[in-house]
Ligand binder design. Structure first.
Ligand code: HEC
Length: 181
């Protein structure tokens, strides 16, 4: 009698465990450490164009000169991040009790998935990432935020406001004007 009633419960417990595992997996890019010396394909600069830097897979990335001068996007990403994301994700992408440590996510989840979450948002129960797809103050600068977070993840820039930056290029200025309308 005990055995017969216990069996369905065990099935429910197993199903619940599987569901929990899936949910945790969806959010755990941020829990995976980033090794500053690590070999991440989305980090090294392969070429630059008009003040923007790209990997060999054409993914935007940061560029830090020997003297610590950061590229314009990284500098601007610092500002934009602290205007739009920091309230939930904590200073410098470090995470908070409410929202994940997205400097790690920027390295682990990949550019396109990162974009997708910011454009469309995501909700897991009460844990809600808003969608920003219609917010130009985010969308026009999402590459900036993304490269800044990657630079933080591998400790290429210290916490806080970068001290020295490249000038904003004409191309970046034109693209910004076009995007902001
Ligand atoms: C109102 C609070 C809030 C704001 C503002 C916010 N986020 Fe989030 N974000 C969250 C929460 C909460 C989650 C976790 C959602 C979940 O559990 O799936 C999240 C998740 C994410 C993820 C997925 C991380 C991962 O490892 O799966 C990314 C990427 C992200 N946010 C980027 C951003 C960026 C970029 C900004 C600023 C433009 C931003 N967020 C602003 C609350 C916020």
């Amino acid at each position: 009698m005990m055995m017969r009633s216990a069996a369905p419960l065990a099935i429910v417990a197993a199903a619940t465990a599987a569901l929990t595992a899936t949910v945790v997996f969806a959010a755990n890019w941020s829990d995976q450490d980033v090794d500053p010396e690590g070999d991440y394909p989305e980090v090294p600069v392969a070429y630059s164009e008009g003040g923007r830097y790209f990997t060999e897979d054409d993914i935007p990335t940061f560029n830090i000169a020997e003297d610590g001068t950061v590229d314009w996007l990284t500098f601007n990403g610092f500002r934009r991040y602290h205007a739009e994301c920091h309230v939930c994700h904590g200073p410098d992408g470090e995470g908070s009790t409410y929202a994940p440590k997205i400097k790690n996510s920027a390295i682990h989840m990949g550019y396109y998935d990162f974009y997708d979450v910011v454009v469309n948002g995501r909700a897991v129960g009460n844990s809600v990432m808003p969608h920003f797809g219609d917010n130009r103050n985010v969308m026009c600068y999402l590459d900036d935020i993304y490269v800044y977070l990657k630079a933080r993840a591998v400790d290429a820039v210290p916490r806080g406001r970068p001290a020295k930056k490249e000038a904003k290029s004409d191309m970046i200025r034109e693209e910004e004007d076009g995007c902001m309308g």
